[in-house]
Design a protein around this ligand. Structure first.
Ligand code: PHE
Length: 444
């Protein structure tokens, strides 16, 4: 049973049958880690902001996390049936109101305000997701955009104006792979009604250089921190690559990946802004780019923070390690893990609830209204941050009845203390009970 209204950042919202925000997530809306002095998320934000000149890029860091479905989805051209809109992926307050899933929810309103040639928005964002050391239902994004106005550039020549601005950006010497053609007819078309190929290519080049400079900055600071921790530290030369991507609100679109520790890490999404958004914002004479990046993952890499839950810790052994860094980025050091407390895992196996489809022609074909994120949410809402990860270890469909069963392994470990046996047993029992009550499963 859900409350009929909820108060979030001082405002009261009516809830309805769409409401699915657990209290641990609702409480996180007041934390604002990206604004907390000397917090690694805030430090990471500051470092990235420093690569975008204030005279061009206006920063917005205090937008409210509660937005409308129009702002989060419709205004950006998300189709009606986009999976991101599902209750299994997104926290809804009511049918029309949700916790933003990305900072892009504010694009239209900022383009409308037309207050600057560029902007940066940093904010907390919310997504229902799995439980492990790199996922948390609340994380932080920075969105950036840059536009040029046809009516204001010399001779109305956007391409020339963009190349001139690109010329003023610093250069770097890292290796960049960019193997794909600039446009792909279906996946990544030129917005040919609005841009010439030359304009879109210039905008893309400015976008790519601007973001490569961010990566260079982050990784040179990460390297300096590594050398401080170990003077003999040697790393491989930095390598980045641009990979084609898809977003409903940019075309063409890319993701930027960085080669790090033997893996390609996805750092951000970006592209040439869809002209419809600018037209709807009343600034159709402008054209430009936008990007969105995840601050938490970058902060983990920068400080070598091994578990995303640490960001939410109020433990001085965590927070004190970053003291003074907001005011002097040169003091940035790697995080030194405090002792790792023992882990303890427990399995839970259950049959999914079935609602056999109507009609006689579906023998054996049971319909399971099950989403894994619901299990994750039950675990988080009962045990909070003492669960390190939840993994599916077995899945089985009965050959005759068609019933499906799942076995999840829950790994209990506090970052701050040793859990007692009684405590883990108690939590596991409570989780088991909650799975039955809330998801209608049958324990095996
Ligand atoms: N909002 C996108 C995401 O969360 C990232 C993005 C922002 C992509 C701006 C393109 C332009 O994945």
């Amino acid at each position: 049973t859900s409350p009929s209204s909820i108060e979030l950042s001082g405002r009261t919202y009516k809830t309805d049958e769409w409401f699915n925000v657990p209290s641990n997530v609702a409480n996180a809306t007041s934390r604002k880690l990206h604004l907390q002095k000397d917090h690694p998320i805030a430090i990471t934000r500051q470092i990235i902001e420093s690569k975008f000149p204030e005279a061009t890029y206006k920063t917005y860091n205090t937008f409210d996390p509660v937005v409308s479905t129009f702002e989060n989805f419709d205004s950006l051209g998300f189709p009606e049936d986009h999976p991101g809109r599902a209750k299994s992926d997104t926290y809804y307050i009511n049918k029309e109101t949700l916790l933003r899933t990305h900072t892009s929810a504010h694009e239209l309103e900022i383009f409308k305000a037309n207050a600057s040639d560029g902007y940066l928005i940093s904010a907390d964002v919310y997504r229902r997701d799995e439980v492990d050391r790199t996922h948390y239902p609340v994380f932080h994004q920075m969105e950036g955009a840059r536009v040029w106005d046809r009516t204001k550039v010399p001779n109305g020549d956007i391409a020339a104006a963009v190349w001139a601005d690109l010329d003023k950006l610093p250069k770097h010497d890292i290796q960049v792979e960019d193997p794909n053609p600039p446009f792909h007819p279906e996946r990544n078309p030129l917005q040919s009604e609005h841009h010439s190929p030359a304009e879109a290519e210039a905008i893309a080049a400015h976008l790519k250089r601007s973001l490569e400079l961010v990566v260079v900055e982050i990784f040179s600071r990460a390297k300096a921190a590594a050398v401080k921790a170990d003077p003999n530290f040697v790393d491989e030369p930095l390598k980045v690559r641009w990979v084609e991507a898809y977003f409903p609100f940019t075309s063409p679109s890319w993701e930027l990946e960085v080669y790090y520790n033997g893996d390609w890490l996805e750092c951000l999404g970006c592209g040439v802004s869809k002209q419809n958004i600018l037209i709807n914002a009343g600034v159709g004479s402008q054209a430009g780019w936008a990007f969105g990046l995840g601050l938490d993952r970058i902060a983990m890499l920068l400080f070598q923070i091994p578990d995303i839950r640490l960001f939410w810790s109020q433990d001085e052994r965590f927070l004190s390690q970053f003291a003074g860094v907001s005011g002097d980025l040169g003091r940035l050091k790697r995080f030194v893990p405090f002792s790792k407390y023992p882990a303890c895992y427990k399995d839970v196996s259950f049959w999914l609830r079935t609602s056999s489809a109507a009609g006689g022609n579906t023998r054996g074909a049971n319909v399971h209204d099950f989403h894994e994120n619901d299990v994750m949410e039950v675990v988080r809402s009962v045990a909070g941050d003492v669960v390190e990860d939840v993994r599916l270890v077995d899945e089985f469909t009965h050959p005759r009845t068609g019933r499906r069963s799942m076995c999840y392994r829950i790994n209990y470990r506090s970052l701050e203390r040793t859990l007692t046996n009684d405590e883990t047993n108690g939590l596991h029992d409570e989780i088991t009970k909650a799975l039955v009550e809330r998801l209608g499963v049958e324990i095996r």
